[in-house]
Design a protein around this ligand. Structure first.
Ligand code: UDP
Length: 287
């Protein structure tokens, strides 16, 4: 959208670079704009990579967030949204999972998310700030923008199910490995709460509006549809809606997987007046 692009000022840099962040805030002030809301997406997000390279995860995710908080506090920013994820929950919780469920991550990526949430809590409680904060705990975002110009196309072999499935469907990878068919679910494959990226995006807009127009607060919000689909459900839906074949084989369970992860999304619906609208068919078609 040309109009929107003309309104957006883009600075490319590294969140670990404090000087760069300062410059972004100062430049915008000099141009007559005070940055009063921040949506922080600048995290590394692969569970597997975080196990292999934990230090990079702690450095980028935690140190990067600290850098950002220091500068936005100086500049009196009003609202802060953090891309957290369902990895903060323990594996023993029963789905649907509410925001008050036990938090006990089982990998470095989840640990960095929970640590950031804790930092944000103490930052929120401190007297030096009156900022509003929301931790959006994403479930399994998939799909693409409906222009199809923005989507997920990771370099190399994808870790997550949906981009992997897309690469199999398009013939770039021969077959999909389903991690286990002996789980205690309807068809033996794991259940997840897949959410369309555009519903996720709407959630951020609603959250930012909410924080900017209400009293100072800190809220954790699950961003999922509340509906669970198995790996096989997703493959079948993808095949039907796109009229393609997705060859798959069953393989061993993946280390650290949980059987079922579905959100209780009542809080986000109530507080933000946000309702995910896109179906699993929409997600598979757009992806
Ligand atoms: N999965 C799979 N094959 C893959 C990748 C994932 O069977 O190549 C399964 C995985 O076991 C899980 C589900 O798909 O049950 C979603 O995995 P993903 O990595 O996308 O998300 P997360 O584990 O973070 O929920």
């Amino acid at each position: 959208n040309k109009e929107v692009m003309e309104e957006i000022i883009f600075h490319q840099g590294d969140i670990r670079d404090e000087k760069f962040l300062k410059k972004v805030f100062l430049k915008s002030l000099n141009n007559g704009y005070q940055i009063d809301g921040v949506i922080h997406f600048a995290g590394l997000k692969s569970v597997e990579e975080s196990i292999k390279k934990p230090l990079i995860y702690w450095e980028n995710n935690v140190l990067g967030t600290l850098n950002l908080l220091k500068i936005l506090n100086l500049k009196k920013c009003k609202a802060f949204i953090f891309s957290s994820s369902a990895t903060v929950y323990g594996t023993k919780n029963k789905s649907p999972i509410s925001e008050d469920s036990n938090t006990k991550p089982i990998n470095p990526y989840g640990e960095t998310n929970l640590t950031i949430e804790k930092i944000l809590e103490s930052f929120y409680k401190s007297e030096e700030t009156s900022i509003s904060i929301s931790n959006l705990r994403y479930f399994n975002p998939i799909g693409a923008h409906n222009s199809f110009r923005i989507g997920e196309n990771p370099r190399g072999i994808p870790n997550n199910l949906f981009p992997y499935l897309c690469k199999v469907a398009s013939g770039q990878i021969n077959e999909l490995k389903i991690f286990g068919n002996d789980w205690s679910t309807r068809d033996g494959t794991c259940i997840r709460d897949y959410i369309h990226v555009m519903d996720l995006a709407d959630g951020h807009i609603k959250a930012l509006d909410h924080l900017m127009t209400n009293d100072s607060q800190l809220i954790n919000l699950n961003i999922g549809t509340g509906q669970g689909y198995s790996v096989l459900d997703l493959i079948k839906t993808f095949e039907n809606i796109n009229n393609v074949k997705v060859p798959f084989i069953f393989s061993d369970r993946r280390k650290g997987d949980v059987c079922k992860l579905v959100a209780n999304n009542q809080r986000a619906k109530k507080i933000l007046n946000w309702y995910p609208k896109r179906s699993i068919e929409d997600m598979c078609r757009d992806g």
